[in-house]
Ligand binder design. Sequence first.
Ligand code: COA
Length: 259
Amino acid sequence: MSYQTLLASIEDNICIITINRPDKLNALNKSVIEELSNAIDEVYTNPEIRSAIITGAGEKAFVAGADISEFLQLDESSGEALARKGHQMVFDKIENSPKPIVAAVNGFALGGGCELALACHFIIASSNAKFGQPEVNLGLIPGYGGTQRLTQLVGKNRAMQLIMTGEMISATDAQQYGIVNKVVEQSELLNEVKKILAVIHTKAPLAITKVIECINNFDHTQQGYDFEIKKFGECFVTEDAKEGAAAFLEKRKANFKGK
Ligand code: COA
């Protein structure tokens, strides 16, 4: 895993992906999108990797948005293509990853940076983090899922206000809105996420994948329940479900194999 715009390493089965353009506040240019796509593919396929963390290099920014310097030459069709490509290559792939992907937001998460964090399965932030969708300042709207994922998370009225004003909110306000699960000091951020992932790694991997699928398919109608019912049934095909029940009954720790 060698990249120009990312750092990637594997520690304790966690792939740590760091967007590494600190002089441009880790803005998402074409190369970052392409390399992130490859890094996420690696998360999907490398059996050594059980989960991933996405964070930004430096102490100032997670990601301060899409790279504005690439915007001047866009027209309607190339603008649409840019957004569609980002969705397909990165944002949807993160959201639908069979392995947990957590955003460790260490500073500005603006525009595409906020959307990148929102595409992850959950977000832990440092106390200096700031969240916002400032696209309207540029005559634009969010294009990497912000109008959809933010609305789902915070509700219509808050999403309307955040996206129409372009205002930035603090990590603690983002926690209060339900965007962020926990706020910690910046020096503790990666350790905190690693601790949470270590807990998840003790669970049955195929069950974790089904949790992601069910929650991503949230639908408060019979369709949502039917999806969950089907996935619940599928668990019983796995060796791990048998192992989990047997271990409980035998009063021992389960030894899950991901099968
Ligand atoms: N795209 C491209 N370059 C960006 C960028 C982005 N989204 N965000 C920051 N940068 C660059 C700046 O141009 C600057 O580069 P330079 O040193 O070559 O001039 C560098 O990163 C540092 O940013 P700067 O603006 O000097 O830092 P600051 O502390 O004064 O302000 C922000 C920080 C985040 C408030 C400010 O950079 C900002 O508003 N960025 C744009 C956010 C945005 O609109 N994102 C949505 C894009 S759709």
